[in-house]
Ligand binder design. Structure first.
Ligand SMILES: Nc1ncnc2c1ncn2[C@@H]1O[C@H](COP(=O)(O)OP(=O)(O)OP(=O)(O)O)[C@@H](O)[C@H]1O
Length: 256
């Protein structure tokens, strides 16, 4: 069997709701294996973002264990975990420095964990490589290496965020509805590139999405989160039998 990359064991996360402590993740257990590409579906408020925040260290569990390749990382800070975890957010404004050019953003991402500094010579040396990588996306990003990231289209900016998140191979890539703000065509294009990049870099990935079709089409596993618990974990084989109508039932039955 594949090596477990991340294990969440009996994770409980709580938050204050008025005067009361409310559990958000309830004794959640999840093992993610090397090479898994897992879609995460769930109703609004099911706990998907809280799950990601718990992995990145933005949320502290009240109990449970978080093991990365068997090492307990619960005491590691958000900054420490950012050395080996990458996250792409829904909002194209997050994840890239708007005043820096595309090439400068890429160079910074490439130097993750190393001494920083944007030397012009190093930037120029990397242009051909950055241009070739950007050209693989298929949305014209390769023509904008000297454009400030803030001036890119939403689709180009999300693609840049994804490229930056995967330049140095992370232990785990967290995609947090990374196509949700894009039009249908741009969203499909980015999903196709996402799959290609994951295969190319042999990444392990957890992807939150509300697109049932994407959850069915991409990845080897599909999780459904409901009220702080994983209520379904479909393997690649089980996924092949699934339909959008069958998945939709999970949303119907959990309407509150
Ligand atoms: N810091 C907090 N304080 C209080 N309640 C919180 C906090 N963070 C999350 N919650 C609550 O926990 C529940 C789960 O929130 P979460 O954002 O994880 O859901 P989600 O599945 O990501 O939803 P969506 O699909 O809408 O993004 C919600 O009821 C939310 O209001």
């Amino acid at each position: 069997m594949n090596e477990p990359i991340l294990q969440l064991k009996n994770i409980v996360v709580s938050a204050m709701a008025g005067q009361q402590v409310q559990p958000i993740l309830k004794q959640l257990n999840l093992t993610i294996y090397a090479g898994d590409f897992i879609s995460v579906l769930g109703t609004n408020g099911a706990g998907k973002t809280t799950l990601f925040n718990t992995i990145t260290g933005d949320n502290q569990p009240t109990s449970g264990q978080i093991l990365l390749r068997g090492r307990d990382i619960r005491r590691e800070s958000v900054v420490q975990r950012a050395q080996y975890l990458s996250r792409v957010f829904q909002d194209p404004k997050m994840g890239t420095a708007p005043r820096m050019t595309v090439a400068e953003n890429l160079l910074l991402a490439q130097q993750r964990g190393q001494k920083r500094g944007l030397k012009l010579r190093r930037l120029r040396q990397n242009y051909p490589r950055f241009r070739a990588m950007a050209a693989e996306i298929g949305n014209g990003l390769e023509h904008h290496l000297t454009t400030p990231a803030g001036a890119l289209s939403g689709g180009q900016r999300q693609a840049l965020s994804l490229l930056m998140a995967t330049l140095t191979t992370p232990e785990l890539l967290l995609l947090d509805e990374h196509t949700a703000a894009l039009d249908p065509r741009t969203s499909s294009q980015l999903m196709a590139y996402t799959q290609k990049r994951i295969a190319q870099q042999q990444l392990t990935c957890l992807m939150i999405t509300h697109h049932l079709a994407d959850a069915l089409k991409y990845g080897n596993r599909l999780l459904i989160l409901d009220q702080g618990k994983i209520v379904a974990d479909f393997t690649a084989v089980a996924k092949q039998q699934l339909t959008q109508a069958a998945l939709y039932q999970y949303f119907k039955t959990t309407d509150r």
